[in-house]
Design a protein around this ligand. Sequence first.
Ligand SMILES: Cc1cc2nc3c(=O)[nH]c(=O)nc-3n(C[C@H](O)[C@H](O)[C@H](O)COP(=O)(O)OP(=O)(O)OC[C@H]3O[C@@H](n4cnc5c(N)ncnc54)[C@H](O)[C@@H]3O)c2cc1C
Length: 391
Amino acid sequence: MTVQSAIVVGAGVAGLTAALSLAESGISVAVLEQSAQMSEVGAGLQISANGARVLDRLGVLSLFSSRWLQPESVTLASGATLSDLATVPLGRIGTERWGAPYGVLHRTTLQQALLQKVEDHPRISLKLGTRIERPSRQALYEEVGMRADLLVGADGVWSKMRALVPGAGQAKFSGFAAWRFVIPEKDAPAFIQRNRVTAFTGPDAHIVCYPLKEVGAINLVAISAGEDPGHAWSISPTEEQRRAFVGRALAGWNSRLCDLLLTAPTPTWWPLFGVSEGHWTDNRDVVLIGDAAHAMLPFAAQGAVMAIEDAYDLAAMVKSMPVGAALVRYEAMRRARVAKVRARGDFNRFAYHARGPIRLARDAVFALSPATRLAAKLDWIYGYKAGEQPA
Ligand SMILES: Cc1cc2nc3c(=O)[nH]c(=O)nc-3n(C[C@H](O)[C@H](O)[C@H](O)COP(=O)(O)OP(=O)(O)OC[C@H]3O[C@@H](n4cnc5c(N)ncnc54)[C@H](O)[C@@H]3O)c2cc1C
């Protein structure tokens, strides 16, 4: 029998998109979220065309499309000289190429739009302030007051729902940390361009920055090797820690970038965790999606977008076949896709953080690569049509 009812644990991007995707397929969905209220979390997100396409189909994109920024390009630049190295055109060219827009926005903007759709949906109930500590089928049924044909773990990198999936992976420190700054746009220096995503690259580190148009700020994230402080989401560093980070990670970088990171207001930093290899489903009625299944480093800016694809592909699968068979098919299909995207992230890390002769070779290749060729290499990521994969 195909799925009639589902319980989703976690109301992040993965959980809310899954709830909407399943409900749009006629399934009744209960969502359980530990936070008592959906508060402002994190900062910026890049949503590429493969994610925007799904958000459009779910009626979510139109809730913020007049407020987010569709950048003209993603441009790689030298962290030492600030000069451009390579450009992937986005904007109108990208939309025509991939059939959906590429945009940047504050996480809260996306979260609020998803939440609004979820709250308005007659087939979805959302229960906030409900943390699932020791998941079992019975405990989840009692929590929502109904049995369900499908249980979805969308509870992030520290997932408790993994306990229901034999052989699931575990959160694993990546060796990298992210430092985040949100700078009022009026205070940001002119070399931070306002119409594009810029990734400044240097030996063993890179800095991604782009405008958050709807909040009048610049989002700036620096990623380099870092320590594991244990289970943590974001930490406010001391000034001494900030100076140590800039001195260590950005040695030899352009002084204007270093000064910006030394003076930008309210820095926070995260240790970056991935999830080790393991199963995503029990092949019966439990499935992990988003970061709970496959948290990845943000080198390809695809973690949230993969969660969105997961949600939509999952709904398409469970709509068309019995749940056990759907989950087997789902895991095989999504595993191949996510592995390829993760490999692209690994390649970006290698290219962004290159040093010495490898960096010189990289720059020579970029100099010879026309923008259209760089865009074409991303067709398989951004042109993906979730929900339309052969069953
Ligand atoms: C620095 C950085 C930059 C990034 N930039 C991008 C980008 O530009 N584009 C992109 O696509 N991705 C990006 N990502 C990745 C992206 O943030 C994540 O992949 C995405 O947010 C994962 O969403 P999720 O819903 O799976 O998990 P989460 O966002 O972690 O949501 C999990 C939800 O489950 C709830 N929960 C957890 N445990 C329980 C429990 N036991 N019971 C009940 N509820 C629970 C949580 O409160 C939360 O609401 C970035 C990541 C980082 C670190």
